[in-house]
Design a protein around this ligand. Sequence first.
Ligand code: C2E
Ligand code: CA
Ligand code: CA
Length: 432
Amino acid sequence: MQQYDIETLYNLAYKDRVTNYYNWNWMDEKLTDYRDEGIESYGFVHFDLKDFKMINEIYGHVVGNHVLTRISEKLQEQSWIYFGARCDNDNFAMMTKEMEKEEFLLKLQTLFAEITEMDIIPGYKIYYRCGAVLAKDATGIGSMAADPAKLAQSQGKKPNGTEIFFYTDEMKEREIRGKKLKNELPDAIKNGELLVYLQPKYDANSETLIGAEALVRWFYKHEQLMAPGMFIPYLERDGAIEKIDQFVLDRVCYKLDLWKKAGKKLYPVSVNLSRLHLNNPDLVEILCGIVDKYDISHELIEFELTESAAYDNKEYLLTVMHQLRGHGFKLSMDDFGTGYSSLSLLKDMPLNVLKIDKSFVDDIDTYSEEHKERLIIKDIIGMTKHMNVDSLAEGVETFEQKELLKEWGCQFIQGYYYSKPIPMDEYELLLG
Ligand code: C2E
Ligand code: CA
Ligand code: CA
């Protein structure tokens, strides 16, 4: 058997072979030692690189490894970093001097800006997703600081730019609530706790019904009616939201089928598609499966996507959109004006409807004619004409708002002025 000396064994156990920096085993032992000795005066940071996978794919592993090594070297130059480690893949951790939060943030911002500026890959800017916590703020949730730092790190969602988040108790509560709701969701669906409401949409000129948007409600334990704001944001992180979107589509198709059989006039219904759902490679197949199960004509279904969805991976998004349109579904851009609008992307999207966000509609009836908000919404409506898509204004609450929007050429109106979201049976009464 081969003999190893102590140093070799030590390196094998505690050093990362790519960067020659410490590894997670080493960091983990340090954290355990600190905990056992009751030391809480340090900061802990966990970070990774944005798009590291792509760097490896485009530039190759040698360059990828070089990037990791240069980062490790840079960390070792910082006197305020006690220890650092490359944990796995592109994940790094570091234990730092205890500081005031402001100073800590500034140090991290400066560090990451400097690493980005190092131009490790000439002409390619590398950005970071970073979570930080002061060990004293992490007590009560286990003395290991890594989990809270990782939780903070996971709040970073943007594809570009360095993001630094400090752990807060609210993040922990959100996570706990999310897990609880996610566990309860399957039974809630079985027990009929999820309800689908429909909010009617109207034609601004003829003031006739043109369709509806499906909006989910959770009648929690058959006791409390929860609006989506109380559960969707908590479920969005780990895919449970897909179940909801699919359930809503299923219920909509089920009803359309009943109405069809009853000889009712059928209007299109729009269903929200969560951003995460779009990442599911089987999305189109799943959606078609649900709609075809009830033999519902595809043009009766419209999918609402949000602008933030548009941002992550635009090529892929466009592909999915074209597939959905290819299957005869309608598409709308939801909450237009609130996300990262990219006009160049928008013009490539096969959209039927642009839904102008409520925030643009609010107060338009109280502003003067030259007010910026008024000019903007008029321009958006004008733009939809050039793009050859229909415009729908959301959250219209007053007669005056409706009149102005009509005057500016907005085709469709959705909002409390006509109707709040209502149970499906109530909506049925509106059908001829
Ligand atoms: P959204 O898609 O922008 O839906 C419109 C929201 O605005 C609805 O809130 C609706 O009740 C509200 N609204 C409509 N007209 C007015 C108005 O005149 N005044 C005011 N103040 N509010 C108005 P809701 O039902 O609470 O839904 C909130 C959000 O939850 C939705 O925003 C959507 O993003 C999400 N959501 C709802 N159902 C689903 C679903 O099945 N799947 C997914 N992924 N998201 C959903
Ligand atoms: Ca919507
Ligand atoms: Ca909306």
